[in-house]
Design a protein around this ligand. Sequence first.
Ligand code: C5P
Length: 297
Amino acid sequence: MDRITVNAPAKINLSLDVTGRRPDGYHELRTVFQSIALSDTLTLERLQESGIRLMTDAENVPADEGNLAVRAAMLLFHAFSLPGGLSITLEKRIPVAAGLAGGSADAAGVLYAMNLLYGLEFSRTELEKFALILGSDVPFLLFGGSAYATGRGEALTPLPDLPVLPVILGNPGVPVSTKAVFQAFDERGSEVHPDAEAMAGAFFEEEGEARTKKILSLAGNTLEPVTASLVPAIAAIKAKCLEKGAFPALMSGSGGTVYAVYENAEKAQNSLSELRSEYPDAGWILTSTGIRGIEVI
Ligand code: C5P
């Protein structure tokens, strides 16, 4: 095999609680990760000549080792002295530095694709070990779906699927540094502490509308007031989404994207046009919850 193309989906955090600071400087999390349909597409091609090349259509994305996708490739090249080189073509759709783990999804996509391209035959557990070297949420993004995570976000318990629900993403267009948000959290704390474990438990209840409602009613994000104090547009976008009938409307991860869940496609579509015309300063994307992680296409 010389060439492979994969779709690498983004995630949202249906629930995110920060429960403490760890001796290694990271924070202890309890979170429910949820894949969404919005994805980046990566094509990897083996090259005879050495070196890793990244080509992308996105302007705000580095093409060197500042890019997590390149770092993922370097990690496997160095660890296994792989021959030749690699070209990565990255078609970017996931907003950058936005709480949707776009960079981490690309890194996960490269690990997943290289495992097949070079016939490395790593198991899921082995791939997750490499993934964690690249970032706390990369292990989840390798396999996606719905999962409860603790630790840095890497101790994963897979959850039964959520039905496919329409989701609108509202992005304030201000890049947010995860590190800066956690620092601000250390200084000011947060008055919001959702019960992520209870949400994870609700995933195991009997499938149906009541289960979906219960899961969504437990949504929350400890980091939302923290990032919202740095980026005021987050509160405004959230308020607009709630006004347009979303439930819930919540910031994802360390922000600043707000995701808004809608009951059905028609309500989401109507709301999208109103949001676009009433709040044109935000980037609006219509997507849905997804049940899969990376897929070869
Ligand atoms: O792991 P990752 O590189 O994605 O994390 C980016 C930054 O977010 C870390 O440098 C750290 O400051 C912060 N972080 C944290 N606790 C976590 C995950 C991330 O403090 N569980």
